[in-house]
Ligand binder design. Structure first.
Ligand code: BYC
Ligand code: FE
Ligand code: FE
Length: 482
């Protein structure tokens, strides 16, 4: 077997990093574990902690069969430390150290930079669990409830992944950061999570599916960039996290797709052709397409902020240092150092949105954001195909990248979803056409009543095409009273 494929599954912490032979790190993790469980009970899913949930657990890092499915109580989920197998002779693929052997230890000069990246990455994982903690109460089916919890336990595991790296490679500082990761709270006034989007509410299931479509996809992009890292343990960690991430985006994209399918089906059955006839559509007990567009506008713009400033010396430094590469750096064919290259960046100049070539090294956040936008477009197309197939004349679209931004170039302007710059007054006047309103929230809140009968689905969402792990349609994915 290649190095690192064997997983020790028997101890408290399943792992393929040889924890048994590493008393110091094992002790640090075992010391951290009770605080993590307290956090999970206190800030993780509200209720359902005693329910048996049909979850997949990572038990191997073999691409052919890395997970097993079974009924688990969430607090007893085996959160493991799993790294993708080591690649023999791996070398640093970009930046100043390109061609050197990948680091198995933290280079002293980059310690602070690396620690910051690990902490930011780690912070998002429990934040998302906190944001989603109330959703169990309104799940549209046991299937969806199970998917929510699957995402939650895996985000919990992603926190473990970063905590392992902090504790293994950063000693006392790392242990302190690991504690802080359990102390910050999404949305808290005094101790908020680090990045903007992770302090926003996820008030309803439409938001959950949008979050997993857009924001988990930022996770994918950032993990892909960190998977290129010259710090080999980080690269291997992120490569394995990416196998789990795919499911999170599936939950989101298929969730929104099922909502759209149900809406279109109900409109057709009632003979409603006009998607803008919101009152009539809502009376059918389904979610109108314009509201879905407003949620896209919100979650897309919040997620774009997560890429940081378009022009960033932090990003250039991390790249030069060989710590954070570009999206799929290893498939790119330039010199991987970018010393003489430029990259086009959208900027706000004299009140107009213009494209400017800037040094490529300074534009790495912008570039990753562009890759993100490309990646997410396919999902919008698939949603539009559902609408088109039903014969309803309505198209969903991504808003302009400058719309509703709080970080970067466009945070200084009011830009509408089409890219027009507005004055403050016209923005205020049209805001409710762009973004979800309080009335939208009330509508969704009233609409979303829990459905807990195996095989049944709330009236606002279509059933999935196939079950999880090929289970039949009436499978009891969550046994609530066991
Ligand atoms: N909110 O040079 P700049 C995931 C700060 S999602 C608040 O523009 P940089 C997941 C920035 O920290 C993936 N602050 O930015 C998804 C800096 O502050 P300091 C998470 C922000 O550093 C769903 C200052 O502005 N992983 O896994 O190049 C569910 C100027 O910084 C924000 C990562 O992000 C913001 N949005 O880029 C569960 C990877 N944006 O230090 C999980 C690690 C910027 O001057 N992080 N600032 O005080 C990074 O690579 C980078 O730190 C960022 C920002 C891309 C986040
Ligand atoms: Fe994650
Ligand atoms: Fe995720």
């Amino acid at each position: 077997m290649p190095d690192g494929i064997d997983v020790d599954y028997d101890g408290l912490i399943p792992n393929n990093v040889g924890l048994n032979a590493d008393a110091r790190v094992r002790k640090a993790l075992e010391t951290w574990h009770p605080g993590y469980i307290d956090w999970w009970q206190d800030r993780g899913p509200d209720g359902f902690q005693d329910a048996l949930v049909y979850l997949r657990t990572a038990i191997s890092v073999d691409a052919q069969g890395w997970a097993k499915f079974g009924f688990v109580r969430m607090p007893e989920y085996k959160w493991g430390i799993l790294l993708a197998p080591a690649v023999e002779g791996r070398r640093i693929g970009f930046g100043r150290h390109k061609g050197d052997p990948a680091w198995q230890d933290v280079p002293g000069e980059y310690r602070a930079m690396l620690r910051r990246l690990l902490v930011i990455q780690g912070d998002t994982e429990p934040a998302s669990v906190e944001q989603q903690r109330h959703l169990g109460a309104t799940a549209p089916s046991l299937y969806d409830l199970r998917n929510l919890f699957q995402v939650n336990v895996e985000e919990g595991r992603h926190l473990w992944a970063m905590v392992y790296l902090l504790q293994k490679y950063f000693g006392a500082d790392g242990r302190e950061e690991a504690e802080e990761l359990l102390r910050r709270r999404s949305g808290d006034q005094d101790t908020p999570r680090m990045l903007g989007a992770f302090n926003e509410a996820t008030p309803d299931w439409l938001s959950f599916f949008m979050f997993t479509t857009f924001t988990d996809r930022d996770g994918k992009m950032q993990l892909e960039a960190l998977a290129q890292s010259g710090f080999d343990p980080l690269s291997r960690t992120c490569r394995f996290m990416l196998t789990e991430e795919a499911h999170h985006m599936f939950v989101g994209e298929s969730g929104v797709g099922r909502i759209i399918a149900r809406t279109c089906q109900a409109m057709k059955a009632a003979g409603i052709e006009d998607a803008e006839d919101v009152g009539a559509v809502r009376r059918l007990g389904v979610i109108d397409l314009p509201l879905i567009q407003r949620k896209i506008n919100l979650h897309f713009s919040l997620t774009l902020d997560l890429f940081g400033n378009e022009i960033s010396t932090n990003a250039a430094n991390a790249f030069n240092a060989g710590l954070k590469g570009r999206f799929r750096e290893h498939t790119l064919t330039d010199d991987h150092q970018l010393l003489n290259d430029t990259y086009p960046v959208l900027r706000l100049v004299d009140g107009a949105v213009v494209k400017q070539d800037v040094p490529a090294l300074s534009a790495l956040n912008m570039r990753l954001r562009d890759d993100f936008v490309d990646d997410v477009r396919g999902g919008i197309t698939r949603w539009n195909n559902v609408i088109a197939k039903s014969g309803i004349a309505y198209r969903l679209a991504l808003p302009h990248v400058g719309f509703n931004r709080r970080i970067g170039e466009f945070s200084r302007a009011r830009i509408d979803p089409l890219g027009n710059i507005l004055d403050a007054e016209s923005w205020q006047g049209r805001r409710d056409a762009f973004l979800p309103t309080a009335a939208d929230g009330d509508f969704l809140h009233a609409l979303m009543q829990p459905v807990r009968v195996p095989g049944a689905f709330a009236g606002w969402i279509a059933p999935p095409r196939i079950g999880i792990d090929n289970r039949p349609g009436d499978f009891e994915y969550v046994k609530i009273h066991e």
